[in-house]
Design a protein around this ligand. Sequence first.
Ligand SMILES: *Cc1c(COP(=O)(O)O)cnc(C)c1O
Length: 367
Amino acid sequence: MNIPLVDLKAEYRVIKEEIDSAIKRVVESTNFVGGEELSGFESEFASYCGVKYGIATSSGSTALDLCLMALGIGKGDEVITTPNTFIATTEAITHVGAKIVFVDIDPDSYNIAPSQIEQKITSHTKAIIPVHLFGQPCDMDPILEVAKKHNLIVIEDAAQSHGAEYKGKRVGGFGDAAIFSFYPGKNIGAYGHAGIVVTNRSDIAERVKLLANHGRGQEKYDHLIEGYNYRPDTIQAAILRVKLKYLDDWNAKRRKNAEIYDSLLKGLPVITPKALPYVKHIYHLYVIRNKKRDELSNWLNSKGISTGIHYPIPLHLQPAYKYLGLGKNSFPVAEEFCSEALSIPMFPELKEEQIKLIVQEIKNFLG
Ligand SMILES: *Cc1c(COP(=O)(O)O)cnc(C)c1O
């Protein structure tokens, strides 16, 4: 039996009729760009996050770019984030001409260690980008506190945490702005690329909207500023509107599957994910740790069980960031994590029998 890491076909089978008719609706209307379908999704997703404004974008990456631009982050500024994230987080910092400043991760949550942020703040620090990795929100209270104390912008990278909660509140509304990605494999994914910026600040919402659409004002050829073409296709919005109705149910199924994994893996020499007591983890990924990660991964793959590594190399050790001059041991917690992390199959449609089989193969490997 083959078990994939994520199974988008299984998801599609369940919602096929609704998706097909949503796509057909857009095609028949020939409104492929903008329109009510897009604005409808924007307000539905913003309200899902408990946030006032939503501006859909062509991807999570362009959403990050837009946020930093809209907040006036640029040359000479420093932006603090984690080395344990996808490169889009840091690319956005470089794209606006700012400098990346890394802070090591917390050994339990694998998110940025809030207690280590303040020592990295200088007179040039402008913003913090906490990344809610794998579906678990960062410990936001101390992050917001240090940001307030030093008058820093906070942009949540919530690309992996749609619907995750911190102290009973969904992520997306904690900072000045937040971004989400709808990359196909995310907890709610488009059928291609899409993303969104959400914010409670009307000034940021207006600026992002301008920048994302060629600086366009009220009229089509009325350009208030130079911008970009960073809006998504309307067809993606129509698909995402269908999927948004299922998101909570899908997240609940992921949490149930995580519970089954947790209980079956208990007592084995693998480290299972630790959800902090005040968060609702939505398990975008289920990441275990073992010293023999590569061998375990090969073993599972040879048994037809797909695995992933998120992420094999922390960003500061990537060739792209060699110029930062941060060698090995700069961020020991992140480095150790990256050498041991293994993502095992996690998706809503994953069945208990499949989880049992996966755990059995992990046991077989461990002997
Ligand atoms: C997926 C992801 C992004 C980028 O989103 P895209 O839609 O793929 O551009 C940014 N940050 C994190 C943490 C991600 O996981």
